[in-house]
Design a protein around this ligand. Structure first.
Ligand code: AMP
Length: 398
């Protein structure tokens, strides 16, 4: 496979699939431009080489219907601002208007296509729609890590029309490289911190990690299912009763494989799911009947921090408690601080998959961690060991 740096795009019509699915305000202004910023290196490379950068993306879920609310035209000013050059817009992603707009484009110029999800064929992974997208295009770049887990027309199916002429953009390449650095690490110990609400949504990750890491720290709502499975009293805490057996089987599989699973020993409890509620710290297996556990306690923080600080490679997926409420954010903040300390000492740290990314940003930890993934669902599936269609499609183009 070729890397983007091996290609000179001079004079080529280059279709770049990015993930510009950015949040918009009521007045349709971009409220967080991170996804645009993340795609800039790839767009700039094509522009610098003197290629024509033709950008395709989705925005929201218009469900196959043309709907101005989800028009990518809204984001053109922000893309111009981020890129520092003019960006043209065409109000379709296939057909004559696109062909004309591409023909009028000069080398080094940028054209943004309308939302690919205005066609149902996009999410259906329709081959003839993918072929239409490929018309007039010399080279295909996939830089949309956020949708790499979808087998859509513009993210995967299209690559079959670009044999030997398809590469990952810089963002895709770095997401892949950084996850592999964790999952295939030669450096040890590797520690995974898995938190969040439910065991059921993280089971795939934990099972995949059992073959790849040395330690797994479990926190968040899912810890209470483990505590109950081991015979503890967890009061009104979040528990998935249908996962109790599963929790025990994870613990026994881990033992067989020599992976150490650390569960919280104590818990910060409240009478209700509210920041105003009275709190009390108890051992995690003796939570009063009328209380619910909403964060890991001080002993757990101390124990988890020691494991983290001794690790060479760290993966963080999921908060340790209800970090959105200040009274239950300490576990998440302190675990984050321990990861920062380890990183400053030379460990490699990756935060990926949803709410731990939000937490790392909220508590200003992101800048001191090695890598923050941009893909929520895609990163979760990657960590589960699944083959992502967007990655496979480029690999198969060779
Ligand atoms: P996830 O999307 O599965 O990573 O879950 C993240 C959510 O889990 C966050 O919104 C947290 O507020 C929530 N969470 C973390 N700990 C707990 C807990 N002890 N009880 C209920 N919800 C929790």
């Amino acid at each position: 496979m070729k890397s983007i740096d091996e290609i000179n795009f001079s004079g080529l019509n280059v279709l770049i699939r990015v993930d510009f699915n950015v949040p918009l305000s009521n007045t349709k202004e971009v409220t967080d431009n991170s996804r645009i910023v993340a795609a800039l290196p790839t767009i700039k490379k094509v522009v610098k080489d003197g290629g024509k950068a033709i950008i395709a993306s989705h925005l929201g879920r218009p469900k196959g219907v043309r709907n101005n609310e989800y028009s990518l035209q809204h984001i053109v000013p922000e893309v111009i601002k981020c890129l520092g050059q003019n960006v043209q817009f065409v109000s379709d992603c296939i057909g004559n208007d696109v062909e004309n707009a591409v023909n009028q484009l000069n080398n080094g110029e940028v054209l943004l296509l309308e939302n690919v999800r205005f066609y149902n064929e996009e999410t259906d992974g329709d081959k003839s729609f993918a072929e239409k997208l490929s018309q007039n295009i010399d080279f295909y770049i996939n830089d949309a890590f956020g949708t790499a887990h979808r087998e859509h027309a513009s993210t995967a199916v299209i690559a079959r029309f670009f044999k030997g002429k398809a590469v990952f953009g810089y963002l895709m390449a770095s997401e892949i490289q950084n996850v592999k650095r964790v999952l295939d690490s030669n450096e040890k110990p590797v520690t995974a911190i898995v938190g969040g609400a439910k065991v059921s949504s993280k089971i795939g990750i934990i099972e995949n990690l059992l073959d790849r890491v040395n330690n797994i720290l479990i926190g968040g709502g899912m810890a209470y299912t483990f505590a109950k499975a081991q015979g503890g009293e967890v009061g009104k805490s979040l528990v998935e009763d249908d996962c109790l057996e599963l929790a025990l089987s994870i613990l026994s599989k881990a033992k067989d494989k020599g992976v150490i699973i650390y569960l919280p020993t104590d818990s910060v409890n409240a009478l209700s799911f509210s920041n105003e509620s009275e709190t009390e710290e108890t051992s995690i297996g003796s939570i009063p009947m009328e209380m619910m556990g909403l964060d890991i306690g001080q002993n757990s923080i101390t124990e988890f921090s020691a494991v983290i600080e001794n690790s060479k490679v760290i993966l963080w997926n999921g908060p340790m408690g209800v970090f959105e409420m200040s009274n239950f954010s300490t576990g998440t903040v302190e675990v984050g601080n321990a990861i920062v300390k380890a990183t400053k000492r030379g460990a490699f740290s990756l935060v990926g998959g949803g709410d731990s990314v939000a937490a790392a940003k909220q508590f200003d930890l992101a800048k001191d961690l090695s890598y923050i993934s941009t893909g929520g669902g895609a990163m979760l599936e990657f960590l589960e060991g699944k083959v992502l269609p967007g990655i496979k499609a480029i690999e198969e183009a060779y």
